[in-house]
Design a binder for this molecule. Structure first.
Ligand SMILES: Nc1ncnc2c1ncn2[C@@H]1O[C@H](COP(=O)(O)OP(=O)(O)OP(=O)(O)O)[C@@H](O)[C@H]1O
Ligand SMILES: O=P(O)(O)OC[C@H]1O[C@H](OP(=O)(O)OP(=O)(O)O)[C@H](O)[C@@H]1O
Ligand SMILES: [Mg+2]
Length: 290
């Protein structure tokens, strides 16, 4: 069973139990060294070793639990956090679950923000939409639906929808097109209660998650280069602080080791080779603390 209030040094974490964020959230926590669910029906996982409890909840509900301070931290979407209106705050962006939140309608029916005035807007994020309409000084009625909101226009329940857009495929399939500025850009975020002191173990969790992000974003690159070219080579691979330069048995050469952004791996290898670097090796970073 979960711990009682008398045993509150345990860190209680809210995890998405299903939906678009659940797998990536579980993977990230696993990479950060926390135990996960063995099967998708598990509601709570207790990690005695780390003094951590993971509660698997609907992503939409996570900000409510965290806002109340019932749970110390949680992983949810920025859009879900803002829609809830709960007193919880983002502490860290997690680099997955990216989406935009946008208005859309049939092309030719509504194509600008002002034209939303007096219309019916279907959404499963009524809090977010009401706040956005107020900010833009628009007056429209919000039709709250649980999902598949794109169909609301086809069925005549609404004139406009406001929904999550990732690839845009669902909108296209429904014959709808986005218009106006995005209401929001969202991604998965780590949240904590606004009105409570931060649990002391959150710092370690955040450091571990930053370690996972860095290990994903960078690779380790090693190469040999003639001593007189090492300055030029280090300009191509400056690393995070400074590259490691080690002597080789052949005094004319040095070995260089540096972290390189994963996305630039091949471009950097090409440039290094051009200036004379050889034995260029790339390895994965399994974990790190910076
Ligand atoms: N393609 C996507 N579809 C839905 N949500 C996405 C997508 N990409 C990212 N997200 C983000 O995931 C969160 C929605 O999580 P949720 O669990 O509701 O996903 P879902 O797949 O729509 O689940 P459900 O089965 O309840 O509709 C939001 O923060 C949203 O911005
Ligand atoms: O831009 P896309 O890549 O098409 O993704 C966005 C769509 O995916 C989600 O729907 P989901 O499958 O979760 O169904 P739901 O509307 O019932 O939540 C979301 O609500 C959009 O409809
Ligand atoms: Mg959905």
């Amino acid at each position: 069973m979960p711990t009682s209030e008398s045993d509150r040094q345990v860190l209680r974490i809210a995890m998405p139990n299903k939906g678009a964020l659940s797998e990536s959230a579980a993977e990230m926590m696993r990479e950060a060294g926390y135990r996960g669910r063995r099967e998708s029906k598990e509601l709570v996982v207790i990690d005695h070793e780390l003094s951590v409890e993971l509660f698997y909840l609907r992503p939409r509900d996570i900000a409510i639990y965290v806002g109340q301070g019932t749970l110390d931290v949680g992983i949810t979407g920025r859009d879900l956090l803002l829609d809830s209106g709960a007193p919880a705050a983002e502490i860290m962006q997690l680099g997955f679950g990216a989406s935009t939140f946008r208005y859309a309608a049939r092309p030719g029916s509504v194509s600008s923000e002002e034209q939303i005035n007096g219309k019916r807007v279907a959404t499963s994020f009524p809090g977010l939409v009401a706040a956005d309409l107020a900010r833009r000084g628009l007056d429209a009625s919000v039709v709250r639906l649980d999902g598949a909101v794109e169909t609301a226009v086809t069925l005549g329940v609404a004139d406009v929808i406001a929904d999550v857009v990732e690839t845009g495929t669902t909108l296209r399939n429904a014959g709808l097109a986005v218009f106006g500025e995005p209401i929001l850009t969202s991604e998965a975020v780590l949240i904590r209660p606004e009105d409570h002191d931060q649990h002391p173990a959150v710092e370690v969790l955040v450091r571990r998650l930053h370690g996972v992000l860095t290990a994903r974003r960078y690779v380790m690159m090693d190469y040999d280069i003639r001593v007189e070219l090492v300055e030029r080579a280090c300009q191509l691979t400056p690393g995070l602080e400074s590259p490691t330069v080690s002597p080789l048995h052949d005094k004319g050469y040095v070995a260089v080791r540096s972290m390189v952004p994963r996305a630039q791996t091949n471009a950097v290898m090409d440039e290094l080779y051009e200036i004379g670097a050889r034995a260029i090796l790339v390895t994965e970073i399994a974990a790190c603390r910076l």
